[in-house]
Design a protein around this ligand. Structure first.
Ligand SMILES: [Zn+2]
Ligand SMILES: [Zn+2]
Ligand SMILES: [Zn+2]
Length: 144
């Protein structure tokens, strides 16, 4: 189990309070593992890090963090889902993302990346709040 530093703990506690979620040790633990990861983290990696969680607890904890705009599903594959922390644009009311999810075919890492050109989509008569784009290729580390 990971012991969170005091500073880290305070930051995550604030994050939960800010999104009106009750601060529980389970939520702090899950968030701690996700935050420690610089890219998106897979469900199986979460399970491995949090082996003292039973399936239902882990599922519910992840669900509540998604519902309240703290984390999001970065990518969903047949047998795996990747999760990443949200930025401050997400609130307990809605998720607002305009970034791309990149999957590296070499190292299988999933990252949230901003596009060099901002994504501007429009559909006549519709209001777009969320754009989900999945890109695949080789990350900077695997490119060479
Ligand atoms: Zn979000
Ligand atoms: Zn890679
Ligand atoms: Zn993302």
């Amino acid at each position: 189990m990971n012991i969170l530093s005091m500073q880290e703990n305070n930051y995550l506690t604030e994050l939960l309070r800010d999104r009106k979620l009750k601060v529980t040790s389970k939520r702090l633990e899950v968030l701690g593992v996700i935050k420690e990861h610089s890219s998106a983290i897979s469900y199986s990696a979460l399970q491995t890090s949090l082996h003292d969680f039973d399936r239902v607890t882990l599922y519910r904890t992840i669900h509540s963090l998604i519902e309240n705009g703290i984390i999001h599903k970065a990518l969903t594959e047949e047998n795996e889902t990747f999760y990443a922390l949200c930025s401050t644009t997400c609130t307990s009311a809605s998720h607002i993302h305009k970034h791309i999810h990149f999957k590296c075919v070499e190292c299988n890492g999933v990252t949230c990346v901003e596009s060099v050109h901002p994504i501007q989509l429009s559909i006549v008569g519709y209001s777009i709040e969320n754009v989900e784009i999945e890109a695949r290729g080789r990350c900077a580390a695997c490119k060479n």
